[in-house]
Design a protein around this ligand. Structure first.
Ligand code: ATP
Length: 449
């Protein structure tokens, strides 16, 4: 298989408006990026596909959209204040800082300082006085706000076990070495779901969610040969985890984590609940004297309380974005020996669904007919549809191949005279004539396949 390298993807992202470096005009900010006009569409489509799979297509998961700011109590009891750190070393020769396990070959052992712990959470404060008493954190994961809302969700939805709470949102980590384009950022987005189960069912559901998530990634167009499962060894597990399986992807820079699926046991609910002594909490938790809510589950039949276990699939939007682009990116040599770059994105992910292209940019009738067709098709709610009025049909096809638009519709004199347009399929490059009378049906058929 041909390998795609990172430079090609980075260059496409900049050239076509998927990703821009933040504050480039002021020299850029390391590890922080902006989504451009097409990037925002692709990212939204990824999130929509995840939300649909997690919430709409099932009936056991509720959604949530919580705050990004989190009080110190949350991250004190979650263990993040004490343990959410990476070992940092300084190289006395080059003057750079690295995560101890990511020191480049060019630094010599004797030039490195002893590793010291560096907490990855970003701090800020609430209110006008910054005297330490108003400290808050930008959440380093969306999960904690799901746990602290456990009772609110259960009380408002009457859920019974097993059930889940899903959330998509920003997370912030002051990574020591942010690198590999959008793979490791300081501000990124997570798609996380906490699935609450009876403790005795934890392993069964851990396996179940690992399989479900693998299926989802394949549905997004990732190639099976580029994904593998990795059972995290005991000594590498996070403080809350009994077992974690990572879905690893062959990124352009190497095989690394795309999503983690963790068995968080009763650690989180047990850490945040009040009256900890009333429950048999299996995990080792810090004493909690501040919590005002019982975060446990009362069986509707027996009235007995139990502390659920949690299975958490946690994926990053940016890593999804990079993996999806990497597997969709293709360079083809055509019959006439010219090269075409094409993004074979799954249709539901394509930033632009349809480009309506007037053959002549200055012929009013053709341009107006194109706008009319666009407006008619917009009602189908497929997503973004654009009128591509450059007057150069070859260039328009090349552009839309490169950004992954599945369908181009060309409008010409036949449209005015015979009510015909031309469909051009991105993947096969085949063109066929379509009658305007059946336009909506043909478009829907196209997107169904
Ligand atoms: P890594 O070991 O690569 O730092 P992690 O194990 O710390 O990742 P988790 O805490 O399990 O990551 O976070 C869940 C998911 O969030 C990851 O699988 C990844 O997709 C995403 N993620 C984590 N950190 C970052 C980051 N700095 N930039 C982009 N995505 C991230």
């Amino acid at each position: 298989m041909k390998e795609n390298n990172m430079e090609k993807i980075v260059s496409l992202c900049k050239r076509r408006g998927f990703i821009f470096q933040t504050a480039e005009i002021y020299g850029g900010m390391q590890g922080v990026y902006d989504y451009g006009p097409l990037g925002v569409e692709l990212a939204n489509n990824i999130k929509k596909a995840w939300w649909e799979a997690m919430i709409y297509q099932r009936d056991d998961i509720e959604g949530l959209d919580s705050s990004i700011l989190g009080s110190q109590s949350i991250f004190s009891h979650s263990g993040h204040e004490d343990t959410f750190s990476d070992p940092l070393v300084d190289c006395k020769s080059c003057g750079e800082r690295f995560r101890a396990d990511q020191v480049p070959d060019y630094c010599k052992e004797e030039d490195l300082t002893e590793p010291r712990d560096f907490n990855l959470m970003f701090k800020t404060n609430i209110g006008p006085v910054d005297d330490g008493s108003s400290l808050v954190y930008l959440r380093p994961e969306t999960a904690q706000h799901i746990f602290i809302n456990f009772k609110n969700v259960i009380d408002s939805t009457s859920r019974t076990l097993p059930f889940g709470i899903a959330q998509i949102g920003k997370a912030f980590r002051n990574e020591i070495t942010a690198r590999n384009f959008i793979f490791r950022k300081r501000e990124f987005e997570q798609m996380e779901m906490e699935y609450f189960v009876e403790p005795k069912h934890d392993e069964k559901f851990h396996e179940y969610w690992t399989k479900e998530r693998m299926k989802w990634w394949l549905d997004q167009g990732l190639k099976e040969e580029n994904i593998e499962l990795y059972k995290v060894p005991k000594e590498e597990l996070s403080h809350y985890s009994k077992a974690t399986t990572d879905i690893m992807y062959k990124f352009p820079h190497g095989t690394e984590e795309l999503e983690g699926i963790a068995n968080r046991t009763d650690f989180d609910l047990g850490s945040h609940t009040k009256s900890q002594e009333e429950f048999n909490i299996d995990a080792k938790v810090k004493e909690n004297k501040s919590s005002k809510m019982k975060l446990a589950y009362q069986d509707k039949v027996t009235n007995k309380w139990l502390m659920p276990y949690v299975i958490e699939p946690s994926a990053g939007v940016e890593r999804a974005f990079l993996a999806i682009l990497n597997d969709a990116y293709k360079e083809e040599i055509l019959e006439n020996e010219s090269k075409r770059v094409v993004l074979s994105l799954k249709k539901h992910l394509s930033p632009v669904k349809i480009a309506v292209i007037p053959l002549k940019k200055n012929v009013e009738e053709i341009v107006n007919a194109s706008i009319e067709i666009k407006n008619k098709l917009l009602k189908l709610n497929l997503g973004r549809i654009t009128v591509e009025n450059t007057g150069n049909i070859g260039k328009s096809y090349r552009k839309h191949d490169e950004i992954g638009t599945p369908l181009c519709i060309t409008v010409d004199y036949d449209t005015i005279e015979d009510n015909k347009v031309t469909f051009r399929d991105r993947d096969t490059m085949e063109q066929r004539s379509i009658d305007l009378e059946s336009l909506e049906k043909d478009v829907l058929d196209f997107f169904r396949n």
